[in-house]
Design a protein around this ligand. Structure first.
Ligand code: AMP
Ligand code: ZN
Length: 478
């Protein structure tokens, strides 16, 4: 089976072949840390995490780098507004970002480089671009000369003429060509700055990412990801900078996620229609939120509304309760026809899951395959009262691998986290207490056995002694 991915560079699905056999090197554009991340941002990080998890499941050794943009106009503005330092702002919100993505069960990237810790690498890259004739300095600013890079526009499909016309609206007399972009910005009053051959200043956003990506992943990466707003100018400019420097392809596969929308509009800070991951976690919990974020294919829009979130909630509950029902089933030694049927349904569904994910990480189809397993479990549980041990293990391991390891939705909880699980524990304890009480009754210890019954009744259980056994149930269920 081959894995096919949709490459924005070329706009078509291609077979995925990493540069080095068995290894995949991924760069994901990380957050600009000036505020809490919203669930639209989270979509980009969760999508990248599912790609990473699936590649690992397929046996690749994955290295994932996700940067922190910790110097930027928005951070500078926030620091001015709050009277905090730029460093305080960026630390506060990068800590919050790490907490949020961990809560969403996003695996920690292998490296999280911060832009401000790589300024000297960026200065060296800019110097080389000047030496190679791709960049020029004007009054302490350095610009990339797009007319020198013949492939400019190959990712976004933007034509030079259109770009020049568009960029002319915002006239900057320092630029040779209106479409040129800043590699280095001379320091203005109140802004942070670093010493450079061109005076005090700070790097442009695009050079941050291409420099850090190549530093940690080599001159040619396998996959570069981000939301589709980054295709132009950010990623187009990253390609220009990197390929002008190395004369090698910068990235083999470019993957971009579609928007998370609200009433069809992009969720964004500027439109004010956003909900932070923190708030969403409080309202829906991590499993439901993550399930919702992967419920659409990453290249399709995903609308956030009460129905879509309710559907995610219902689906997560269906998965969890089927797993609980499977796990609390009594075990037996012999495998019968029912087990054979269950196993073949589960194996068939797993194949479909793999095929869906191999087709450009089609999570909605993969989830549909998971529900075939859920259905098979429910049918088995309702028609049988015990399950052969190794069948139970295989079914559980399959669902755990697909749902928890690949999709990142946790299916088991610690005591206290799942109502279903708590009920299972109470049932086990009740059976134990009543067995002990039965033994007391056999020994004619009436006083203590009556005392146990009375106390259990006061706690809300109905206890019925019959000549053969003692039955119990919850009072609310009468
Ligand atoms: P930012 O911190 O704004 O650079 O965003 C971090 C990541 O979130 C980028 O990959 C963006 O493209 C992505 N992103 C921002 N808004 C949305 C949205 N509404 N839906 C999906 N991805 C988004
Ligand atoms: Zn980037």
């Amino acid at each position: 089976m081959t894995l096919r991915v949709f490459n924005t560079l070329g706009m078509r699905k291609e077979e995925f072949v990493p540069l080095r056999e068995g290894e995949v090197r991924i760069y994901v554009c990380g957050p600009t840390v000036y505020d809490f991340i919203h669930i639209g941002n989270a979509r980009a990080f969760v999508v990248a995490d599912v790609v990473r998890r699936y590649l690992e499941y397929r046996g690749f050794k994955v290295t994932l780098v996700c940067n922190i943009t910790d110097v930027d106009d928005k951070i500078i503005r926030k620091a001015q507004e709050t009277n905090l330092s730029i460093q305080q702002i960026s630390e506060m919100y990068s800590d919050a970002y790490f907490e949020d993505i961990a809560a969403l069960n996003v695996k920690k990237p292998d490296i999280n480089p911060r832009a401000t810790q790589h300024i000297s690498d960026m200065i060296i890259a800019i110097q080389r671009l000047i030496e190679k004739g791709y960049a020029y300095e004007v009054d302490g600013d350095v610009y990339f000369d797009v007319s020198k890079f013949k492939d400019y526009g190959k990712l976004s499909g933007n034509k030079m003429e259109a770009l020049e016309a568009g960029a002319r609206i915002e006239v900057n007399p320092k630029k040779r060509n209106p479409a040129d972009f800043a590699l280095w910005k001379a320091r203005k009053d109140g802004e942070p700055g670093w010493h450079s051959p061109w005076g005090w200043g700070r790097p442009g956003w695009h050079i941050e990412c291409s420099t850090m990506a190549m530093k940690y992943l080599g001159e040619t990466l396998d996959i570069h990801m981000g939301g589709k707003d980054l295709i132009f100018p950010h990623h187009e400019n990253e390609i220009a900078q990197a390929e002008a420097l190395t004369d090698k392809p910068f990235v083999r596969y470019w993957l971009h996620n579609e928007w998370l929308t609200v009433n069809g509009q992009k969720m964004s800070k500027s439109l004010g229609n956003f909900i932070t991951v923190r708030d969403a976690l409080k309202m829906y919990g991590p499993q439901v939120l993550r399930f919702f974020l992967i419920s659409a294919h990453y290249r399709s829009p995903l609308d956030f509304n009460s129905e879509s979130i309710e559907a995610a909630k219902a689906n997560v509950e269906k998965i969890l309760s089927a797993v609980e029902r499977l796990l609390s089933m009594a075990e037996k030694d012999e495998r019968g026809l029912e087990e054979e049927t269950l196993l073949s349904q589960v194996r068939e569904a797993k194949k479909k899951f793999n095929e869906a994910m191999d087709d450009d990480f089609n999570t909605p189809l993969a989830i549909a395959a998971v529900f075939e397993i859920i259905k098979a479990i429910n049918t088995y549980v309702s028609q049988n009262n015990a399950i052969e041990r190794s069948t139970k293990r295989e079914v559980y391991e399959t669902i755990k691998t697909l749902v928890e390891d690949v999709l990142g939705i946790k299916i088991r909880f610690k005591v206290g986290e799942s109502a279903e699980r708590q009920v299972a524990i109470v049932k086990g304890l009740m059976d134990l207490i009543l067995e002990v009480r039965q033994e007391m009754r056999r020994r004619k210890e009436w006083k203590i056995s009556d005392e146990i019954r009375d106390r259990l009744q006061r706690m809300g259980f109905i206890i019925e002694d019959t000549p053969k056994e003692t039955r119990w149930r919850f009072k609310e269920t009468i």
